[in-house]
Design a protein around this ligand. Structure first.
Ligand code: NAP
Length: 247
């Protein structure tokens, strides 16, 4: 069965690199118009825009800054007139042990991962409510459920995203908006490079499928959750983790 998103507009935060990039490619291949949000990766965003072609647009904004997030949604309203799909993908890690953790490390991770998800969802929901339909897909993490040393800030932020997803699903269901979270396990991107290098062997032992995930494998679920095939799924948190969370 082919997923057809022709006529739909999607915003992917942090869409220029890693998982977000693959989400942009999959949504665009299904016919959606894709807005690639980026904070720092201007070149990568421009390269992806030309790879996708006329169906792509870019917007620079830090999702954690209210004025920038608001400006992005004002632009989408003015230029694209509609928003059908929001993928809250932007995320950062700043690992440190609890007693050594700097306030700046705590704040940065909570700001981008949780506050950014809140801000974009708030403005997107406003647009989607007018159309009485929409999909919000939050890229959380297995770290919301299965925790590692040095990640109190990251786990707290992703656990927050998980509860936020459920609360949004309840509030927005009567408005025709479905909200779900994806929980990636260990996926091959820049974000996981250091930990894969440091503890790769040990991590692989905890993954029943015996390998890391590819960004495309996370993007496939985002595509499904953006489509009519998932019309009765909301408030859920679905792992894409090679079985990591069941061990
Ligand atoms: P990545 O390759 O490091 O990419 C992170 C993305 O987030 C970049 O596109 C970056 O954009 C964007 N970003 C960071 N701060 C931002 C801000 N303030 N405003 C807008 N965008 C911002 O990481 P990834 O692995 O693809 O991660 C994508 C998502 O998956 C994250 O939410 C992450 O927590 C989650 N995740 C990843 C893994 C994994 O193993 N890789 C596992 C579980 C969950 P710029 O480059 O433009 O700054």
């Amino acid at each position: 069965m082919r997923i057809d998103l022709t006529g739909k507009t999607a915003l992917v935060t942090g869409g220029a690199r890693g998982i977000g990039r693959q989400v942009c490619l999959k949504l665009a291949a299904a016919g959606a118009r894709v807005i690639i949000n980026y904070a720092k990766s201007a070149e990568a965003a421009a390269a992806l825009q030309s790879e996708i072609g006329p169906g792509a647009d870019t917007f620079k904004a830090s999702v954690s800054k209210e004025t920038e997030a608001q400006a992005m949604f004002d632009y989408i309203k003015k230029t694209h007139k509609r928003l059908d799909i929001l993928v809250n993908n932007a995320g950062v890690i700043k690992d440190n042990l609890l007693i050594a953790m700097e306030m700046s490390e705590w704040d940065k991770v909570l700001d981008v991962n949780l506050r950014g998800t809140f801000l974009c969802s708030k403005y997107a929901a406003e647009m989607m409510m007018a159309a009485h339909s929409g999909r919000i897909i939050n890229i959380a993490s297995v770290s919301a459920m299965k925790c590692s040393r040095g990640q109190t800030n990251y786990s707290a932020s992703k656990g927050g995203v998980l509860s936020f997803t459920r609360a949004c699903a309840v509030e927005l269901a009567p408005k025709g908006i479905l909200v779900n979270a994806i929980l990636p396990g260990m996926i091959v991107t820049d974000m996981s490079a250091r930990v894969r290098k440091r503890a790769g062997g040990m991590i692989l032992q905890t993954i029943p499928l015996g390998r890391y995930g590819e960004p495309e494998e996370v993007a496939s679920l985002a595509l499904f959750l953006s489509s009519d095939l998932s019309s009765y799924i909301t408030g859920q948190a679905i792992p894409v983790d090679g079985g990591m969370t069941v061990t």
